[in-house]
Ligand binder design. Sequence first.
Ligand code: CUA
Length: 386
Amino acid sequence: MIMAVALLLIVLGSVLFHVFNPWWTTPLASNWQLMDDTLTITLVITGIFFVAINVFVAYMLVRFRHREGHRAAHEPENRKLERWLIGGTTVGIMALLAPGLVVYANYVREPHDALVLEVLAQQWQWRFRFPGEDGKLGATDARFVSATNPFGIDPADPPGQDDLLIAANEVHLPLGKPVLVLMRSNDVLHDFFVPNFRARMNTVPGQVSRFWFTPTVAGRYEALCAQLCGVGHPNMRGYVVVEDPANYKSWYAALPTFAKSQAKAPEPPAGAVAAGGGTRVEQGRALADAKGCVACHTIDGSPRVGPTWKGLHGKTETMADGSTALVDEAYLRSFIRDPQARHVKGFPPVMPKIELSDEELAALVAYIQSLGSPPAQAAAEQKAPR
Ligand code: CUA
């Protein structure tokens, strides 16, 4: 009897929780109302079965409870009942699966006029690429991936030359236009997920996955990584800005092409260096963003996966083996070049080796230095209570 009451209470509690819980989905901002409908169908079907089965079990517990003088009859076979159960289960499973298959078929079959957007995932950052004027994405290969060519675009492939590259975690899209999203990964399994669009897909190393959607509400939406991909996973975030076509056009017009990014790379930015620090620090700040350093290193003094960069330069850092080292320019350079050579105490030894040109390394180090304090001052600060 107690068990029967407990079961009924669990059922009642679950139903009430679903009706009154505050954690519903984010407002829909794409054409994928069907995703929500499919989820609702699943919830209703499984909900009905959940209630029916538990009520049935509770009823049986009471109806066939132990009573003196009564004995249960053994009935191993009941053809009629079995047929009903098999038939009912089949219909239920089909009702659960069929709508999903229909929606999925639509989800990966884009309209002809869809805008093509490539999403490139890498621990722990997002990059984006548009096909440019010719409407064709250039061929890519892991062999071509380098500091100056993170997308791995084949330099000899003509369609790749006008590809537009976004080496940051924010992409803009025009309102009301269908977008075909093609996804790649440079390292491990990630998953590009924008909750407001109800759209997501794994990015699998070595293959291109796809889905399409039409943004229907202007706004700035957060894109998440939805596959556990390492310690930086919770910080692997990006943004999709949906705006009216005119604003989108002017943003789009400022994007650099692949050809331009390659032409710029070999020539040293004499101007930037001569301008003295400021520009270089700015460049380092942009790099920290683009290379995903900010996923693990804060600049506000709070440690994350790695040490904060605030006050890092000039500080004396303790290594896992108990030795100490002064964080100066040489330390920063060698640590970024070979992150596995030494391990800082209190932090997991997980920093990935990031491809950087000499110029980029100098800019990044300058940026980290700009957030630190001169050695003398740092030493004095360390004596003071924190
Ligand atoms: Cu990428 Cu989680």
